[in-house]
Write a protein that binds this ligand. Structure first.
Ligand code: PDD
Length: 277
């Protein structure tokens, strides 16, 4: 694979980042994952805008302009011949002597690489996934897409240890989101999903799916919901750039609705794939 590091396109084996990089030492970095379908980027604009916001919130320099970023994405997709997969992008504050205070002179590190992955024809989309609930003990600024992903990673492992696929995180009795996706339930034809705030990542897929749902005259309530409400719902699903709309058919071992993929989740997945590619 060819990867991008600070202005250079290199074979992945030759790409280097300093051991003093604050991304490595302090998780002082942010990222984006943009999906590629039919060799084209999905929702690049949304990801670029959210990246800019993450950088601003952390007072980090913008390493390149949005136009340059798009050109880098396109070049990597082209040279690596990605038809279906993703582009991963990471910006860290850069390399400096270890210090809790932000260094004044560090130049940000920009890294991008591609991954080929089948996403449209995923078996999970047909069967639905199972989730377990776990306490959400992440930090309070989940609206910033930082590379502090250890707890989500532990959550995924806890789910797998219980024979489940993923975890929904719960804070003060209410579901915030999945380990790496936004969470939804459907009751009596109404989609319910957590309102935006510092408690969740403002998913780019979430924004698109809610827009498509509204266009399809499906009612939406943006508010917190409990795990009990989710277990008693007719349907549940998650969204993310890499999974699109993915039905959830089991929560903590209990079937959601019929235990099969629900009609609204199935329809939204179809609409999303149709409209965004
Ligand atoms: N994760 N919530 C969290 C905590 C996430 O990590 C993600 C994305 C989302 C969905 O956001 P979007 O629709 O913009 O992808 C919600 C990416 C895919 C990842 O970490 O791989």
């Amino acid at each position: 694979r060819t990867v991008y590091v600070n202005g250079e396109y290199l074979p992945e084996t030759e790409a280097k980042v300093s051991i003093f990089d604050r991304g490595f030492l302090m998780a002082d970095g942010v990222y984006e994952v943009t999906t590629v379908l039919d060799g084209k980027l999905i929702d690049f604009d949304g990801h670029a805008k959210r990246l800019a916001r993450s950088l601003n919130e952390l007072e980090m320099k913008h390493p390149v302009t949005e136009e340059e970023l798009l050109a880098i994405h396109r070049k990597l997709v082209e040279v690596n011949e990605v038809e279906e997969g993703l582009v991963y992008l990471q910006v860290t504050r850069g390399a400096a002597d270890r210090d809790f205070a932000y260094p004044k002179d560090a130049e940000p590190t920009l890294v991008l690489f591609t991954q080929k992955k089948q996403a449209v024809n995923s078996p999970a989309a047909k069967t639905g996934i199972s989730v377990i609930s776990l306490p959400d003990i992440r930090w309070g600024r989940r609206d910033i897409k930082t590379v502090q992903l250890l707890y989500p990673s532990m959550g995924k492992m806890a789910a797998k240890a219980q024979g489940a696929d993923d975890a929904w995180l719960v804070e003060d009795g209410f579901v915030t989101e999945g380990t790496s996706n936004n969470a939804y339930i459907v009751k009596d034809g109404v989609i319910i999903t957590r309102n935006l705030g510092n408690e969740i990542l403002h998913g780019i897929t979430r924004a698109a799916v809610l827009r498509f749902a509204a266009e399809a005259q499906i009612k939406i309530e943006e508010r917190p919901f409990t795990i009990e409400e989710a277990k008693a719902a007719d349907e549940a699903f998650v969204t993310s750039a890499t999974t699109f709309v993915l039905p959830v058919t089991k929560i903590d071992g209990e079937a959601v609705g019929t235990g099969q993929v629900g009609p609204i989740a199935a329809r939204l997945r179809e609409i999303y794939l149709e409209e965004s590619r």
